[in-house]
Write a protein that binds this ligand. Sequence first.
Ligand SMILES: [Zn+2]
Length: 164
Amino acid sequence: MAHLPTGDTTTVCGCDRTGCLQAAASDLALVERARSAGLRDCPDSLTVVSRALAGDALADTLLRERLRLVARAAALLVDALNPELVLLTEPSVALSENYLALFRQELATFSNVTRAPERVRFPHAGRDLMRVAAGTAALAPLFRDPLRFRMPADSVPHGSGPAS
Ligand SMILES: [Zn+2]
């Protein structure tokens, strides 16, 4: 997915092409664009999001631009895989319905198979998404086969179980 084309013609990727998803729409690219555009004190992408939500027009424009790039790349995946659901983990989408609406509109514009905007959602974990995702990956083997992880009876310390 890193090298999916976004249509951006200015951002050079490590593969020497321009507009690859990882180069054009990454958090680093967003922060570099913000700094180049004159936004000061933008140490990370969440600062750009916060400023946009506080009414900074330039930060808003940069976020919208990034969502358009991601939507173009996502449209390629949607057309190839035709998933029932698209989960978008972009923080701005979690904090503003306007950004979600923009992404849905752009996806519908670039995709040949979807006109169903409700197909795109922000994961139910909300702002805890990354923590939940990490926990899910770590616990997946346990959920897949819980009996495999049962402790042998002789490993349970004496006096810690129910009285018999
Ligand atoms: Zn590339």
